[in-house]
Write a protein that binds this ligand. Sequence first.
Ligand SMILES: C[S@@+](CC[C@H](N)C(=O)[O-])C[C@H]1O[C@@H](n2cnc3c(N)ncnc32)[C@H](O)[C@@H]1O
Length: 270
Amino acid sequence: MAEKPRLTTTTLWDFPSQQYGNEQQGSQHYAGATPAYIIWNLLQRYTKVKDLVVDPMAGSGTTLDVARDLDRRALGYDLNITRRDIYRCDARTLPLEDGKADFVFVDPPYSTHIRYSDDPRCIGKLVASDDAYYQAMALVIAEIDRILKPGRHMALYVSDSYVKGDGFYPIGFELFAQMRQHFEPVEIISVVRRNKKLDRGNWRKAAEEGNFFLRGFNYLFIMQKPAVPRVRAARAQIQDQAPPIRPAPPATKRPATRRKYGARGPRKRR
Ligand SMILES: C[S@@+](CC[C@H](N)C(=O)[O-])C[C@H]1O[C@@H](n2cnc3c(N)ncnc32)[C@H](O)[C@@H]1O
């Protein structure tokens, strides 16, 4: 039986399985399913009962199941529909009004390692070596900013990518830089990848002989949307730092004598 979750207190997370307890959260058979423990930890810390939790790339619905387990409301979107409570739409254009979500979790595709669907809009069809992937993710992140309430949190779970013969792509840092344009960083967590393939002899051998590394962890970036919009906050800061602007004295006309001889008038001749 899977262990019941506990609040994790360090920045290194390692969970025994994709699911916790006796209920199901998402599906462990869905390629790339998020460990339910991650979402449980995030919702415990950053949401309260009845809050609205949104996942714009919900996959098998792990976020929805954990949210409901904790009495939060949940909304999920994806292009690949696995169940009836997930709505088909592109994460770049969500059918949700501005500032509705109390928390957003997203576990996006990272490059083309997994085939999720044949939908041409699937971001999992874009390689990490191509700018198109980062442009697509910039739109997803901007959309998350739009639907999130000011002052609330979002989290993005992602891995870097190494493609043999092609090279290393630090997707985590690239997406972190994109998120910094919208949000304040709260924490960066390393989550141990429990990918059984990593232990396979042929993978080990390939990594040793090819002098590359197998991906042992995923990033979990936790970010907060500023309570005051960035532009307004920046303007207020500039106004605070600038010296006070003194109003110019009113233009008065000095008497003719003062102008010609100074304040005391003409000097007397001795
Ligand atoms: C890593 S999986 C998410 C797994 C999910 N958190 C779970 O636990 O099952 C990434 C998901 O992104 C979806 N996806 C890819 N491009 C998308 C897009 N443009 N809009 C919405 N969803 C997209 C894929 O269909 C896939 O289900």
